[in-house]
Write a protein that binds this ligand. Structure first.
Ligand SMILES: C[S@@+](CC[C@H](N)C(=O)[O-])C[C@H]1O[C@@H](n2cnc3c(N)ncnc32)[C@H](O)[C@@H]1O
Length: 298
């Protein structure tokens, strides 16, 4: 059985305590401000119901009778409540081999280029970063594609993948590496067979694929911690930016730019772009696929 996150669709719809705590407009505004300051995630006013639905069970569990009380608890948290909170408000939707045309560009075109760039700098390892990795499908997809297409690089451990997320619960699931058939829907039978072992209705990623992926908690809206990410050759920042407000997007992209080595690449989700956010990156077209690059000479 995969690690349960408490965010299964059933848990979202029903409150196990059978009690709903209503949120006032004032409480909603205060919570939205708090969430934005701490995480960069933006909640529009139409999302009040969603927030209520997600947080209400936690308030009941803690014995809080209002969101005002809960906010006080969060602000003066001595008990890691912030981690429960982020887990409740984030959206973790993902799957293996999500956006395959883009992943093909990564493995066939971009990875060989950054390996060459690293060799030119006399560096033996390239570093990939899956930022907002959710339950691990994205970084494990990168790892399995490298194992398939560049076995020598893989076996020499010439590539490492750092996978980060704000949500500690979803990271526990990622580290466990056990998935339902639905998560694997884009994989061929051969890929399922080669990279997973079957456990009843579930599939466990092999230790080999796991061996080049390292998970760690990182809030992308925390600039001080972001500065610790450096010497990165390729960043996957896909389907995360859509949840952030404009200022948070700009700040995160500026930090990511600094994290990249010159000539490094940035992949965004297919509905995302840098338009109106930053002009720092060069746009590179691979057929219909757009990738962003930090200039080699800056
Ligand atoms: C929709 S998932 C995207 C997963 C994967 N990148 C993909 O494209 O399939 C978005 C992830 O971003 C994470 N996230 C949201 N805000 C974050 C923040 N401030 N710092 C780090 N991760 C964050 C969420 O926890 C969630 O797991």
């Amino acid at each position: 059985m995969p690690v349960q996150t408490g965010k299964t669709p059933g848990a979202l719809r029903s409150n196990p305590y059978g009690k709903e705590i209503r949120m006032t407009d004032d409480e909603f505004e205060q919570l939205v401000r708090f969430i934005y300051e701490k995480t960069g995630i933006e909640f529009k006013s139409s999302k009040k119901y969603l927030l209520e639905n997600r947080l209400s069970p936690r308030l009941v569990e803690l014995g809080c009778t209002s969101y005002h009380d809960y906010l006080l608890l969060l602000k003066y948290d001595s008990n890691n409540e912030f981690q429960h909170f982020t887990s409740a408000i984030t959206i973790n939707e993902t799957s293996f081999l999500r956006n395959m045309p883009q992943l093909r560009v990564f493995v066939d075109e971009v990875l060989p280029r950054v390996v060459k760039q690293a060799q030119d700098r006399a560096v033996r390892k390239v570093r990939l970063w899956s930022a907002g990795c959710s339950s691990g499908e994205e970084p494990y997809s990168l790892a399995l594609l490298i194992a398939e297409k560049h076995p020598r690089l893989f076996n020499q451990k010439a590539v490492e993948i750092v996978a980060t997320d704000i949500d500690e619960e979803i990271l526990a699931k990622a580290r466990e590496g056990v998935y339902s058939e639905f998560s694997l829907r884009n994989l061929s039978p051969i890929q399922k067979n080669n990279h997973f072992t079957r456990e009843g209705r579930y599939f466990r990623i092999t230790p080999k694929i796991k061996s080049i992926v390292r998970f760690t908690r990182l809030n992308l809206h925390d600039s001080a911690r972001m500065r610790l990410m450096h010497d990165v050759d390729i960043i996957f920042f896909r389907n995360v930016m859509i949840y952030f407000g404009t200022e948070a997007r700009k700040q995160i992209l500026a930090n990511m730019y600094d994290s990249l080595n010159p000539g490094g690449y940035l992949f965004l989700g297919h509905s995302e772009s840098l338009h109106g956010l930053t002009k720092a990156f060069k746009l590179v077209n691979f057929g219909k696929i757009i990738v962003y690059q930090k200039q080699i000479r800056v």
